[in-house]
Design a binder for this molecule. Structure first.
Ligand SMILES: C[S@@+](CC[C@H](N)C(=O)[O-])C[C@H]1O[C@@H](n2cnc3c(N)ncnc32)[C@H](O)[C@@H]1O
Length: 339
């Protein structure tokens, strides 16, 4: 399916839900800054010598207060990326361009968020690239939205649905601050009634009961489109994979990513003492033709399990039949054992 251009996308949505000031421009903030130094309006990452990280938008005349002292924006503006600036307490801080992970981790949070490790893999599972059209729900704080927008920009678009009004506004502010709002259409709506988009390349669900929305997902996806979801418990995984089969999805995968960080000490290289042991399970699948028998396309383990269950049921039925035959051919009724 060819991707729709931005003008087509904007026509497709109700006028009152069109984010303001979202025209594409050659100077879109998604593009890498060409200057080798920080300029007014740039997002900058300050890293102090105790490894604290701060994200700030550079504005002439402003100051940034930290426990290491005050950093003047005017001192940061004009500094080469990768150089150091000093607070009035003579404490140094590195001036860096923020990476995608920094943008995600510094969003204001009103909900649980999807972390960079899972988001990076989801972008791969959803097969996103520049120009893709992807739908997601719920928007939450906009952490995954940030990664999705980063992947599909500058010619693609993320359609993101959120029921809670305050969270919808929070996500808008977060995305606006980091310059990715031009690639996102935010809807304050429940996905109960479905999505307003058709023929999108991928759909992602981060809601409590994703299995309830698979018909809506099918209606939005292009033929063979990519679906993924993240859920925190195994019970939810079981419900979702059973429902995916009934709703004609195939190529189902269930995965979990464990990220182990190391203490970067060359002479004593070893893992950090603690790690985040669990974030969520990632489930992905492809939407297949409604006329196909989904049972033929389930995982081989599932096919084997099903065959075993069928065989066990046949054996049990035959044994019951034989027992009944023996019972009816008996001369005398079976007597209870003494005692
Ligand atoms: C865990 S948060 C999403 C976090 C988000 N993925 C992120 O990375 O920041 C789940 C969100 O889904 C929203 N939600 C739940 N049911 C929904 C529905 N039926 N339609 C739209 N949004 C829904 C909730 O209000 C909540 O904000």
């Amino acid at each position: 399916m060819p991707n729709s251009g931005p003008s087509e996308i904007q026509q497709a949505q109700p006028a009152e839900q069109q984010p303001s000031g979202q025209e594409e421009s050659a100077l879109s903030p998604w593009f890498k800054p060409t200057a080798d130094h920080a300029r007014p309006g740039d997002l900058a990452l300050l890293v102090t010598s105790d490894q604290k990280r701060y994200l700030l938008t550079l504005q002439p005349g402003q100051e940034f207060h930290t426990h290491q002292g005050i950093y003047a924006h005017d001192q940061i503006i004009g500094s080469r990326w990768g150089s150091a600036v000093y607070s009035q307490l003579e404490q140094p801080a590195l001036v860096l361009q923020p990476g995608l992970g920094d943008l995600m981790m510094h969003l204001k949070r009103g909900t649980q968020i999807i972390y960079p490790k899972d988001a990076a893999y989801l972008v791969h599972r959803l097969n996103l690239r520049a120009g893709s059209r992807v739908v997601e729900a719920g928007t939450g704080s906009g952490s995954l939205t940030t990664a999705l927008a980063w992947a599909v920009a500058p010619t693609g678009v993320v359609y993101s649905y959120e029921t809670r009004v305050e969270i919808h506004h929070l996500a808008r502010r977060n995305l606006e601050r980091i310059g990715l709002l031009p690639y996102v259409r935010l809807f304050q709506a429940s996905i109960d009634q479905g999505f307003g988009q058709k023929n999108v390349d991928a759909v992602f669900l981060d809601v409590r009961e994703p299995w309830r929305y698979l018909e809506q997902v099918r209606a939005a996806l292009c033929p063979g489109g990519f679906f993924a979801s993240l859920v925190p418990t195994t019970n939810q995984v079981s419900d979702l994979i059973a429902a995916l089969e009934s709703a004609n999805f195939a190529d189902v995968a269930v995965e979990e990513l464990l990220l182990r960080r190391y203490k970067p000490v060359p002479d004593r290289l070893r893992p950090e003492d603690s790690m985040i042991a669990h974030t969520g399970y990632l489930i992905s699948a492809r939407c297949i033709d409604a006329g196909l028998d989904p049972a033929r396309w389930v995982a081989r383990e599932r096919q084997r399990y099903r065959a075993r269950q069928k065989l066990a049921a046949e054996i049990a039925a035959r044994e019951a039949e034989r027992a009944q035959g023996e019972e009816s051919g008996r001369k005398y009724p079976r007597l209870p054992l003494p005692g």
